[in-house]
Design a binder for this molecule. Sequence first.
Ligand SMILES: [Zn+2]
Length: 129
Amino acid sequence: MTESPITARAFFERVRAGQLTALKCGSCGELAIPPRQLCPACHTQAWQPLDLRGEGTIASFTIIRVAPRAHAGDAPYALAVVKLREGVSILGRLVDIPLDKVGVGLPVRFRPLVIGNQATVGFGPSSAA
Ligand SMILES: [Zn+2]
């Protein structure tokens, strides 16, 4: 079995470094994040890394009022599915956006979050907002 050019581990290392990366299918052009084995559209494995600008808008969101124990001190916070400019969507945690301002269509910008020792995808206010 061949390895994808970006593993989940490498993906999160890039997140920690401040770069959001998608995989672009070299066969049909489909974008995927986070990494998966085969293209869900054409079922080939021809991934090439694509650096994303990290700008997008909220497609849907959930306010977490009762957090898992590890994040209990952080609640309430919002998790959002963000549709990026490049057309792919990713789940991330919203930071520095008042919860009453969170809404579908709100422009946001990627920022790396490190919680505990774990790099994770976050989104803050868009610089344009
Ligand atoms: Zn494809």
